[in-house]
Design a protein around this ligand. Structure first.
Ligand code: NAD
Ligand code: ZN
Length: 361
């Protein structure tokens, strides 16, 4: 199959022919229809979040089941599915507690004594997050797959696997934004736009979009932002002024120390900072302890929408089909696998909400 391969950081991905193994007992082989370009993969391209190379990146995909392993009874050939990085063991404390998105024993990859899923002539490829969705097919543990409702277009459904799940979920399930509250969303890319529409679904009264790139403001308004503020050192003061003292919730959706600190500075008393962006491994942001205490602030993280994706993704698909969730407006361009480097260049230039690879059917 064709795949986009990372061989060297800060270099273009190369399109290569690689071999994908057949399904093991607990695996599902999926023919990819759509695969979105998320910034998380770019953190590996840039080297901020290193992965062993060569690697097949990509993790925001929808497709059709091609084959299933001998123990898989919940999926069959022809099923229309979305995949997700949140595979789970079902036995650890987090899983048993209803939080399988933070499973501490994820069965993402095959055990070390089994052959690798992606190879070529003896060379072994890392399969990003147990998915490797920048490829024509994926071999995924059964717990990383969910079916979607009839009528959900597969070309759009890939976005549900990360951008929508993460962004809408961070507002709905992570922060549990209260109706009538005020929200700031720092970073209005594919994920941030979904935090905005998640906050709107929750009934937030005021949603302030913050981005360095003012071209994102029209899109942010389309997704539900009521105000827009230019990102930078003055953003926190401006948000506080607009809201008479600060917001109830500030979401950081970039992954930078400075914007994490800025977002913290946007809160009113009793406010909550939600960390959604993926900061470089060793980075740390400063938190004034006394402010935390005196103002009773909270800081929380949100991973992949904070709930089991097996429930959230079909729900979000249904919201889209019912006209209550925006997806069409998020796809700035459909591209071919061969255009992936240009897609990432456009993301870094701030020209797109999402680029989505659509494979020939
Ligand atoms: P993106 O590149 O599409 O969007 C980032 C946005 O931030 C852009 O609009 C950019 O203009 C803006 N920006 C950059 N620097 C800024 C600054 N200094 N001030 C204000 N705005 C600034 O990225 P994305 O795909 O939306 O992903 C956003 C982040 O979320 C990434 O770090 C990604 O890895 C992370 N992520 C986290 C999860 C999770 O489970 N928590 C899941 C997916 C992605
Ligand atoms: Zn992602």
């Amino acid at each position: 199959m064709k795949a986009a391969v990372l061989r060297e950081i800060q270099q273009p991905l190369t399109i290569e022919d690689v071999d994908l193994d057949g399904p093991g007992p607990d695996e599902v082989r999926v023919r990819v229809v759509s695969s979105g370009l998320c910034h998380s993969d770019y953190h590996s391209i840039s080297g901020d979040f290193p992965v062993p190379m060569p690697a097949v990146l990509g993790h925001e995909a929808a497709g059709i089941v091609e084959a299933v392993g001998s123990d898989v009874t919940e999926f069959k050939k022809g099923d229309r599915v979305v995949t997700c990085v949140s595979m789970y063991c079902g036995r650890c404390r987090e899983c048993l507690d209803g939080h399988n998105n933070v499973c501490s024993d994820k069965p993402s990859t095959r055990p070390a004594d089994k052959p690798a899923r992606i190879t070529k002539g003896g060379e072994v490829f890392t399969q990003y997050a147990g998915l490797g969705a920048f490829a024509e097919e994926m071999l995924v543990h059964r717990t990383g797959v969910t079916k979607i409702p009839e009528g959900m277009p597969l070309e759009k459904a890939g976005l549900l696997g990360c951008a929508v799940l993460t962004g809408v979920g961070a507002a709905l399930n992570g922060a549990q934004v209260r109706p009538g509250s005020t929200v700031a969303v720092v970073g209005c890319g594919g994920v941030g736009l979904n935090v905005i529409q998640g906050a709107k679904l929750c009934g937030a009264a005021r949603i302030i979009a913050v981005d360095v790139n003012e071209r994102k403001f029209d899109l942010a308004r389309t997704f539900g932002a009521t105000d827009c503020v230019k990102g930078g050192p003055d953003a926190a003061a401006e948000v506080k002024e607009l809201t008479d003292g600060g917001v109830d919730y500030a979401f950081e959706v970039i992954g930078l120390v400075q914007t994490q600190e800025q977002a913290l500075g946007m809160l009113r008393r009793l406010g909550t900072l939600m960390i959604v962006g993926m900061a470089p491994m060793a980075s740390q942001f400063k938190v004034p302890g006394v402010l935390m205490m005196v103002q009773q602030l909270q800081i929380r993280g949100s991973l992949m929408g904070s709930v089991p994706f097996q429930i959230a993704i079909p729900n979000y698909a249904q919201l889209y089909l019912d006209g209550k969730l925006k997806l069409d407006e998020m796809v700035s361009q459909n591209i071919k696998l061969e255009e992936i480097n240009d897609g990432y260049a456009k993301m870094m230039a701030g020209d797109v909400a999402r680029s989505v690879i659509v494979f020939d059917q």
